[in-house]
Design a protein around this ligand. Structure first.
Ligand SMILES: *Cc1c(COP(=O)(O)O)cnc(C)c1O
Length: 381
C-alpha cells in the first residue's frame, strides 16, 4: 500500500477512461439506464443509493483509514447518527461525557426517546469504560479522541478490547485526529467516523461526513440501509470538492499540527493564560496515550483558558485580527470560539475557555495576534 501522501495527492491515481482526464468529471445523473433484458449490470439504479460522484472520495478515505468500505453522508451528524440508527431500540450504548456537543445532545434526546439506552462515561478513563459496558447488552461503544473541547484522549486499543469482550462494536469519531495522525481501525475499532466538513475537506466550504468500516457484515448493511432510507446523502458537487480537498490533507494536517505545537509551547505558563489544553504537551493528562496512538503530530485543535475568566476570554476573542471568531474547525484559516457560549447549560467547557482551530497561516503571526489580543483585553492584569 502506498503512503498517505501518495494516496491523497493522486486520489489513488484514477484516470477517467474515456477522456484520459486526471481529474474526475462531476456526475450529476440521478438515474441510470436499465439493460434491455431488465437487469442493472452497471450496478447503479438511483442516485440516493448509488452516486458515482462518491466513488473516488469514498475509496480515498478507505485507503487512508486502512478500511474495507466507506460511505459519504450529507454531514458528520448524518454519518454519526446512522451508526446509532442501525442499532435497535432497547440496545445499550456507551458514549463519552466530553464529546462533540450536537451529537451528545442528539444521544441524550432523540436517541433516548427512540429507545437506545445511553450511558455517558469519562471515556479518557479505561476503567470507567469497562464498568459501563454490560456484556451481551451493550451493542456499541462510541469514542471521540481527541475530544471536543477539552481534547481528552481515549485509548482506542483498550476500548476495542473491552467492547469486543462484551460483544459490542467500537466506533471512533476521529475528526480531530484525521487518518494522517491516527488510524482507529488498525487499533481495533470497527468503524471510524469523520465530520468531513472539517479536515478531510479542509476549506470550510463543504458539509459532509464519512463512515469507514473494518469489515462488511449485516450491521454495515443496516448502516447502508439507513443512508439510503433516510436519504442524508451528499450532493455531487460537494463530493467533487471534498475529493479536491482530500488531495492536500497530509500537508494541511502536518502544518496545522506543527503550528499548534508551537502555539501551545509558547502559551504554556504564560502570565495571561491559566491553562493550555493540548495533547502534545507532556504535562497533559492524556499525553502518553496520545503519543502512542497518534503519529506525526497531535493535531491542530487546542484550547486556552484565559486568565481573568469568561469576560477576559470573550474580550480576547473580540480583539483578534487573524483568528476568526467562528464555530467549526479543520479549515486552512484559524478560528477561535468561546465554547461555553455556543454549548450553553451543561457544557463541560469552563467559561474562560477559548477553543482554537489552528490553520496553516504562519505560526509566528498567529502567536503575535494572540499576544496583542490578550494584552488588549487586559487578561491576567
Ligand atoms: C463538526 C463535528 C461533527 C459534526 O459534523 P457536521 O458535519 O457538522 O454534521 C462531529 N464530530 C466532531 C468531532 C465534529 O467536529
Amino acid at each position: 500500500m502506498y503512503k498517505p501522501d501518495t494516496i491523497a495527492a493522486q486520489a489513488l491515481g484514477w484516470i477517467e477512461p474515456t477522456t484520459r482526464a486526471i481529474v474526475p468529471p462531476i456526475h450529476t445523473a440521478t438515474t441510470f439506464e436499465r439493460d434491455p433484458d431488465n437487469q442493472y449490470r452497471s450496478g447503479r439504479v438511483y442516485v440516493r443509493a448509488d452516486n458515482p460522484a462518491f466513488d473516488q472520495a469514498e475509496q480515498v478515505v478507505t485507503a487512508l483509514e486502512h478500511g474495507t468500505e466507506t460511505l459519504l453522508f450529507a454531514s458528520g451528524m448524518a454519518a454519526a447518527t446512522a451508526v446509532f440508527q442501525a442499532l435497535a431500540p432497547g440496545d445499550h450504548v456507551v458514549a463519552p461525557k466530553v464529546m462533540y456537543w450536537a451529537l451528545r445532545s442528539w444521544l441524550a434526546g432523540y436517541a433516548a426517546e427512540w429507545g437506545l439506552k445511553v450511558d455517558f462515561v469519562d471515556a479518557d478513563n479505561v476503567d470507567a469504560v469497562r464498568r459501563a459496558v454490560r456484556p451481551g447488552e451493550t451493542k456499541l461503544v462510541w469514542l471521540e479522541t481527541p475530544a471536543n473541547p477539552l481534547w481528552c484522549i481515549s485509548d482506542i486499543a483498550a476500548a476495542a478490547d473491552i467492547a469486543h469482550r462484551a460483544g459490542a462494536r467500537l466506533a471512533v469519531d476521529s475528526t480531530v485526529a484525521t487518518p494522517i495522525l491516527t488510524r482507529p481501525l488498525t487499533l481495533g475499532a470497527d468503524i471510524v467516523m469523520h465530520a468531513a466538513t472539517k479536515y478531510l475537506n479542509g476549506h470550510s466550504d463543504v458539509c459532509a461526513g464519512t463512515l469507514t468500516v473494518a469489515r462488511l457484515d449485516g450491521y454495515w448493511q443496516r448502516v447502508k440501509a439507513v443512508r439510503k432510507g433516510n436519504g442524508a446523502i451528499l450532493g455531487s458537487f460537494e463530493a467533487w470538492l471534498l475529493l479536491r480537498g482530500l488531495r492536500t490533507l497530509p500537508l494541511r494536517v502536518r502544518a496545522a499540527s506543527a503550528a499548534a505545537m508551537r502555539i501551545a509551547a509558547h502559551f504554556r505558563g504564560h502570565r495571561r493564560i491559566a491553562d493550555v489544553l493540548y495533547p502534545g504537551l507532556t504535562n497533559f493528562p492524556g499525553h502518553e496515550v496520545a503519543a502512542r496512538q497518534m503519529a506525526g503530530g497531535f493535531g491542530g485543535m487546542m484550547s486556552i483558558r484565559v486568565a481573568g475568566g469568561a469576560a477576559a476570554a470573550i474580550a480576547t476573542a473580540a480583539q483578534l485580527k487573524i483568528w476568526k471568531r467562528a464555530t467549526s474547525l479543520g479549515g486552512v484559516e484559524s478560528l477561535v470560539e468561546h465554547r461555553a457560549s455556543i454549548e450553553g447549560p451543561g457544557t463541560p467547557a469552563p467559561g474562560d475557555l477559548l477553543r482554537l482551530s489552528v490553520g496553516i497561516e504562519d505560526a509566528g503571526d498567529l502567536i503575535e495576534d494572540l499576544e496583542l489580543a490578550l494584552a488588549g483585553a487586559g487578561a491576567g492584569d
